[in-house]
Design a protein around this ligand. Sequence first.
Ligand code: C5P
Length: 240
Amino acid sequence: MEKGELLYEGKAKKVYQTNDENIVWIEYKDSATAFNGEKKASISGKGRLNNEITSLLFSKLHDLGIESHFIERLSETEQLVKKVDIIPLETVVRNVAAGSFSKRLGVVEGKELPRPIVEFYYKDDELGDPLLTEDHIEVLQLADKKEAALLQEKALQVNAILRDFFKDLGIKLVDFKLEFGKDESGQILLADEISPDTCRLWDIETNEKLDKDVFRRDLGNLTDAYENILARLGGQTVCT
Ligand code: C5P
């Protein structure tokens, strides 16, 4: 497979064409952003960590019957994925109150929810990714009713798998964000990444935060937290 021209550069990744029109080459960057790009930093090693963690989690999900765009990890910071048209919805699953849920609804961070909930946000940086109702999704034609129901079902399946998987590693899966896209045949596939950038992961014993909140809230060294997650997943860590 050959790496071709740059198709798109986002906040955390670059996407390149390949010699196969249905496959793209992704490069994970070392940049960290929060609060819709208001807070920015370059953190050496972050691209490698997110690439490795995402590759491990997509492989795990594949083994358990959840298909995604992921094909293979190519190098420390690169992977090959199926080309998809991203559906402009951020699908968030929550097991425990935290972040915007706690702020919006006045629920103390750390409170277990009686069941997992799914929320949809409009993937639009200019609007600051607003929360959507089912009516918003339908009327704005972001997805039809059947597609939204499918995303919700898949998100809950991913949650059931990852929550148990992380629990066995001593990690609480508080919440996470997924993105989905359509491949050339119109099939809906899980896409983007699943990493400590897109999940809240707390140590079960101490509630230590091992995710991007370390950066958002200035809680310490981000790469130490991500290395901790990668080590528990059985991945290759780098000694510094
Ligand atoms: O900020 P909020 O509490 O709504 O985030 C819920 C989850 O979704 C968190 O795990 C956060 O890291 C993730 N998220 C994300 N990208 C966004 C918004 C939220 O990965 N644009």
